[in-house]
Design a protein around this ligand. Sequence first.
Ligand SMILES: Cc1ncc(COP(=O)(O)O)c(C=O)c1O
Length: 467
Amino acid sequence: MADDNHPRRLSRDMRSALIAGVKKATTSPSGLLGGILGTGRKKAPSFEDLPGFEAIRLQQSLAGKIGIPVPFYRLHEAKAGTDTVIDGQPCTNFTSYDYLGLNAHPRIVAAVSEAAAQWGTSVSASRLTSGERAVHRQFEGEIASLYGQEDALLFVSGHATNVTTIGTMMGEGDLIIHDSLAHNSIVVGAQLSGAHRVNFPHNDIEALDRLLGQLRGQFRHCLIVTEGLFSMDGDGPDLARLVEVKSRHSAWLMVDEAHSLGVLGKTGRGLFEHAGVDPHEVDIWMGTLSKTLVSCGGYIAGPRSLIDFLKYRAPGMVYSVGLPATATVAALTALDLMLSESERVASLQANGGRFLAKAKSAGLDVGESWGLAVTPVVLGDSLQTVMLSERLLERGYATVPVLPPGVPEKAARIRFFISAGHAAEQIDGVIDTLVAERMQLSRSGVTLASIAKNTILQRLQALEDEE
Ligand SMILES: Cc1ncc(COP(=O)(O)O)c(C=O)c1O
């Protein structure tokens, strides 16, 4: 209220209220001036309130209760390869993507040392500014010719390659349609793009065709994304049919070769070689340097117009440092070894086939695996899967348990990554051990459901006792 005699002045009541308000603000720790003067700070929310944090703690405490170590972020005391050391114990390793046994190959080590001496360990800037080096262009040339494409582009991470490529080239009004088991980097890229995102049932090209029939007309551009070899299931798509479908619907096809380079085809060139399809029929080839090529980074191979677009528009390229010369040279040398020593590819394929045949004859559920670099043994119960993986470790075999939400509910599994370097006894040994340990575990009757039920019953009992 204003003062009646002096309409532009505040009334006595208003002045008192204002003074009281200012006093409160200056004295309360979270008040206006308190905040400005730094006499008291508003407490920031705890990171423990982040969505999903509770679930992580729950898993950790459950593992503690059952007395098994959390099987993730395990410390390996040796280089990635067919053998490793965990907690001082040497063991056979089925957890690495070094499919052709090239990690620390003397030629790669020598090339990397030379590159480090010549170029240092960083190019210290985005390639757009001052990070461009001859090895980048040389390697991109090799990748482009591998896929019969006009050009290629290197990125500093495989994950970022998918995110930034898909996220930049697609947008509102476009359609992205990907396999339901597509890697997280494909999904995140699609979400980032703002395009309409749909998935088709795993490797079901007829369903893809039907979906395209219903949806394609409503969108400007359409991108189909799939993988050459799926890392959770060890199977892959029918490339010839995919090419036929994508052409009929006037869509782009992108294939992620993370797990297929060095693995599929007689010389390891990947899905197109395996399927006998001209690689030029695929619009975008994507791959990572972190698996067969024993380095770090990713690539896109495709038409020059796409590469030019990404070079100037993809944030993961423009605003990120160029790949170090050391990582580039490591991958370049590994690619040369892959192409010149195709007996490595043959050994990997023989080992993968041996694993699959033995697992099948032992009655294990290996899904639709093609029996190459990756074969899962689907066990169902999450707890039994973790316990079995732990028992395998105790018996000298390192493996990876994969649990929901990484895979569908009740489809927990142990994933086996096979390498050209594995010996036949190591492959036979791990399956024999798995079968024996699994039988013992099943007899014990311990499952996630039984533990959860017991925990709930104990909790109810404790509540009753309190009353
Ligand atoms: C299919 C697929 N694409 C992309 C990536 C990401 O590659 P990177 O780990 O090299 O970043 C992975 C990683 O495992 C993958 O499996």
